[in-house]
Design a protein around this ligand. Sequence first.
Ligand SMILES: Nc1ncnc2c1ncn2[C@@H]1O[C@H](COP(=O)(O)OP(=O)(O)OP(=O)(O)O)[C@@H](O)[C@H]1O
Length: 637
Amino acid sequence: MRPAQAIHNRQADQKADPNQPEAKPQYVSAFRALSGYVKPHRWSLAAVFGCTVVAILSELLQPYLMKIAIDDNLLAGKNDYKALLMICAVYLCLSLSSFIFSYIQNNVLQNIGQSIVGRIRMELFGHIMKQSMGYFDRTSSGSLITHVSSDTEALNQFFNQVLLSLFRDGLTLAFIIVMMFQLDATLALYCMILLPVIFMIAIAFRSFMRTTYQLARTRLSRMVAFVAENLSGMGLVQAFHQQKEQERQFDERNGLYFRANLREIRTNVLFGRTFDILSNLSIALVTWIGGIAVLGKNLEFGVLYAFITYIRQFFQPINTITQQWNTLQSATVAVTRIWTIFGHKPDIMDKDEEQAESAAAPQAKGRQPRVMTLTTEQVQGASEEAMGFGNVRGEIDFEHISFSYEEGIPIIQGLDLHIEPGEMIGVVGTTGAGKSSLISLLCRFYDVKEGSIRIDGTDVRDIPQAMLHRLIGLVQQEPYLYSGSIVDNVRMFDTTISREDVIRACEFVGADAIVRKLPEGYDTLLSERGSGLSAGERQLISFARIIVFKPKVLILDEASANLDSQTEQLIQNALSVVSKQRTTIVIAHRLSTIMQADRIIVMSHGEIVEQGSHQELIELGGQYRELYDHSQGQQAG
Ligand SMILES: Nc1ncnc2c1ncn2[C@@H]1O[C@H](COP(=O)(O)OP(=O)(O)OP(=O)(O)O)[C@@H](O)[C@H]1O
């Protein structure tokens, strides 16, 4: 299999996809979960209920008025024009009342629905953002996009359609039955004969519609997930000329979705038309039985007219409620899926969050909180002075740490490393040696399985994450730049950092000349992922970030891409200024970057196999020497 295709397929296959069709709706738990969100709106819901009752009564009284006009006026031969005019006026008033109260009911209900869905969407996004990196390794971004967009949209439809229909159509149905029995109990009973048939058909269709609907939703989610995977791996797709192959795979998924949709539409049309037939059958039955009664003078003509009108109105709400079944199902599945995410507590939590969690679940066994020496006051605030972490020295200890991403596949085993405050450490090693993993552990993107990592003697697990990430400045291999101006990218949208500070930082790292060449200078808007800037330029912007945020520890995961010699020189200069007086760890792909480091560490299979200065390691004649000779050979070549 070709690489790009293999990677996509691997991602799609391996990551958990909660959009499985077998997800069964759990109505009770789903609605219990929603009830907390609905509670604050209970008075508005009561108003909706009141408006619905008035709107329906206004509508259902109209045929009754016609019955009065026919029986008590027209057929009674009274020629009472005034009374007839009065009936027409009341009829119009009822129409107006039905319109006004339906409008209010609709608006208030939409408002409630939108604010609940908006709140859930916000909380869901916030909850996803709190998850650890391990969670994102296991969960595909496509399915997370589906949860934040489609699942919350399904909830939206629940409030827009299902709740509205349950309110309006359910009450309409109940009132029509009352009106029918009020008009003529015998004729009403004949109509009720058809009810069991209607229910049987509705139940039969329900399970069929559920299958087709779920199939369509699942295929849609897969298609969305596929698009998301492709967009995030677009570079790879283009580099391997995989466009045709990906188009073919998309066409396959698109075709499946198209067919599932057609099936769903056919089922809906068939169901709707079956109800029309039933409605007409009832009308024929009532016309026959009622007609005989009218001819035998046992029933007034106006009653028969009103009955026929009510039968027409009777089938419409049943049809609508049954049609809502799908939306109800998908909303229930969506709620279940959203609550599954809410129920997933982050693998990595701050000590106080962990304590709150274990207080809420006393039976849960957790790690015992450790003594913490770094205080929040030491590292809070925007500037170093305000943050007060001037007294953090930046001493780092990896104490006999072990780590694995997956159970049984060790990546780092019993590693010990002590880094002095202000020391500059270069890390080299073969690909897959565990260099980036070591850094991820220090940043607490993952937790060690054994041992501990300490900063100034405090376990990183005992330092609040917000604080830890202000202490450590990370320049990643592929520095991420957000859609926004250069200024905002340097200060990470933190407006407490002035524009002047940003410019000074850029000047300091040597990025100023590059930024000023851009069309709008510091106000140039970067597109997503900072495209428009080269890898080296993006790294320089990241260095400027380091300067404005003044972390105590700097980590540079050097870009593996080859940079032109001018940019490489700029990066070297930037590194030497930003690493001054701060502990610095550089994962180097080019040995020239770390030759001046205080100490170089050589990693292999998750262990440190050599360490010392450049000169010492060259003299040792081991793996470093080999790497060095190899790089010299490459340069010469
Ligand atoms: N998120 C992850 N999930 C599972 N395995 C991972 C993950 N990240 C890395 N690995 C595996 O862990 C091992 C060490 O990877 P790591 O990225 O730390 O190596 P590295 O020395 O930084 O390599 P490189 O120089 O190529 O970046 C590799 O075998 C890699 O496949």
